[in-house]
Design a protein around this ligand. Structure first.
Ligand code: MLT
Length: 408
C-alpha cells in the first residue's frame, strides 16, 4: 500500500483561481452570449515589449546554428541576466546584491513554495491575513499545520491581520516567529509598506534571528519615490531576508515564465545541533538538484528588459496598467465604494457594499454585471467583506467594467 501525503487533504477544495475559473466556466456555459469581463486573476493582457521580442527572436536564431546553439544552461541562470539584474534592480537603488546571489527561475510562485525545502519543519511561521494563498497552502502541503478551522485558518500559522482598521500595516508580533512572509506592494490589498514599516520588520527579524521571505513581484508598480522597491534598501536586511522577484507583471511574462530569487551570502539559520548554517549554499544545492534552469531564449528576453528600449517599453506597459487601476479606483470611488490600493500596485481592493459576504458579491457581480473579480475571503478570513479587482485588462474592458458597476 502506498501512502499519500495526507497534508494535501487538509487543503481547501481547490486553489482560489481555479475555483473562480470553474464558477466562471459554468456561468459562461449557461449564458453563452454574456460578454464576461475578467478582473479576477492578475494575468497580463498586453503583448510583450518589442525589445523583449527582438531579443527572443535573435536567441531563437542562435539556437539554429551549431556554433551558437546552447544546451543545458547554468541552473542558477546565465551571467548576462544575473549581472543586469544586480546592476539595474539593486545597485542603482543603493542596495547591495551581487550577481551570484541571484537565482533565475520560472516563477515567484514556484520559488516561494519551493523555498520550504531548505527550512526545517519546526519553524514558527507568520503570514498576513489576507495573504497570497500560495504561502499558506505550501506550508499546509509541507505538514506545518493542523486541520483548518471554520474560518479556513490553519493552526500552526500565525496570522497577522491587515485591514482598513489598522491601515493595512501588519503589526510586529509580540512573540518570536522564525519565518515571516511579507509581500509588498501587497497582493491582494494593493497597499505598500513604508520604509519605517520595513525597517521595523528587519529590526524584529534581526532581534529574533528570524528570516523574512519578501515577495516583491509587484515592485515595478511603485510610483511613490519614498517607498522602497527592495527589502535590501533597508540596512541590515541582507542578514535576515530572501527576496522574490518576477518578470511576470513587470514585463508581461506570465506566459513566458521568468523570475528570480535573491539569497544574500550573509543570511544564515541554525542546524538541529545549533550550528550556524548559511542559506545560500542550501538553495544553490536545492536548485542544482531539482531544477535545470530557464530556457536561454527566455533569459535573453528577460535581459532585454534592462536595455534602454526595454526600460522605456516596460515603463509604458506599467503606466498602462496603472492608468487602468486609477480608472477603477476613481470610477468606483465616485459610486461611493470604499476603495484601497491601486496607486502603487495593479490591484484595487474594495469593501463590499452593505457588508455583503465576498463570495456572494462575486456571484452577484458575475450574474448581474458579467464581471469577474476575486473574493477577499479567498485570501484569508480577514479578507471577508472585501473584494479584489485586477487592473490587468484592456482599457475598453476596464471602462466598460466601471460602467457596469454604475448600472448595478
Ligand atoms: C494573482 O492574481 O494573485 C496572481 O496573478 C497570482 C500569481 O501571480 O500567481
Amino acid at each position: 500500500m502506498t501512502r499519500v501525503n495526507d497534508n494535501y487533504l487538509k487543503l481547501k477544495a481547490g486553489y482560489l483561481f481555479p475555483e473562480i475559473g470553474r464558477r466562471v466556466a459554468a456561468f459562461c456555459k449557461a449564458n453563452p452570449d454574456a460578454k464576461v469581463i475578467r478582473l479576477g486573476i492578475g494575468d497580463v493582457t498586453e503583448p510583450l515589449p518589442a525589445a523583449v521580442l527582438k531579443a527572443m527572436h535573435d536567441a531563437v536564431d542562435e539556437m539554429s546554428a551549431r556554433q551558437t546553439f546552447r544546451g543545458y544552461g547554468p541552473e542558477q541562470g546565465y551571467d548576462f541576466l544575473r549581472e543586469a539584474i544586480a546592476e539595474h534592480d539593486f545597485r542603482s537603488r543603493g542596495a547591495q546584491v551581487d550577481a551570484d546571489e541571484i537565482f533565475i527561475s520560472a516563477g515567484s510562485k514556484c520559488d516561494s513554495g519551493n523555498i520550504l525545502d531548505i527550512f526545517g519543519s519546526d519553524n514558527s511561521i507568520a503570514v498576513t491575513d489576507p495573504v497570497y494563498p500560495v504561502y499558506v497552502d505550501t506550508n499546509v502541503m509541507a505538514g506545518h499545520t493542523g486541520q483548518p478551522d471554520d474560518s479556513g485558518r490553519y493552526p500552526g500559522l500565525h496570522y497577522i491581520p491587515v485591514t482598513a482598521e489598522n491601515d493595512f500595516v501588519p503589526a510586529i508580533p509580540k512573540d518570536k516567529v522564525d519565518l515571516i512572509y511579507l509581500c509588498y506592494p501587497n497582493n491582494p490589498t494593493g497597499t505598500v509598506a513604508s520604509r519605517e514599516t520595513l525597517s521595523a520588520w528587519v529590526e524584529y527579524a534581526r532581534r529574533n534571528d528570524s528570516i523574512i521571505l519578501f515577495d516583491a513581484a509587484y515592485e515595478a508598480y511603485i510610483t511613490d519615490p519614498q517607498i522602497p522597491h527592495s527589502i535590501y534598501e533597508i540596512p541590515g536586511a541582507r542578514e535576515v531576508a530572501i527576496e522574490f522577484r518576477s518578470f511576470s507583471k513587470t514585463a508581461g511574462f506570465t506566459g513566458t515564465r521568468c523570475a528570480f530569487t535573491v539569497v544574500p551570502k550573509e543570511l544564515s539559520g541554525t542546524t538541529a545541533s545549533g550550528q550556524r548554517q548559511a542559506i545560500h549554499p542550501l538553495w544553490n544545492r536545492r536548485q542544482t538538484t531539482k531544477f535545470n534552469g530557464v530556457s536561454y531564449i527566455v533569459q535573453r528576453g528577460a535581459a532585454a528588459v534592462y536595455s534602454v528600449d526595454g526600460q522605456k517599453q516596460v515603463r509604458q506597459l506599467i503606466d498602462f496598467y496603472l492608468t487602468n487601476a486609477r480608472r477603477l479606483r476613481e470610477g468606483l470611488g465616485k459610486l461611493g465604494l470604499q476603495i484601497y490600493g491601486g496607486v502603487n500596485a495593479p490591484y484595487v481592493w474594495l469593501k463590499t457594499p452593505n457588508k455583503t459576504p465576498s463570495w456572494d458579491f462575486f456571484d452577484q457581480l458575475l450574474q448581474r454585471a458579467h464581471l469577474v473579480g476575486t473574493p477577499g475571503s479567498g485570501f484569508g478570513a480577514a479578507g471577508e467583506g472585501y473584494f479584489r479587482l485586477s487592473a490587468f485588462n484592456s482599457r475598453d474592458n476596464v471602462e466598460e467594467a466601471v460602467e457596469r458597476f454604475r448600472r448595478l
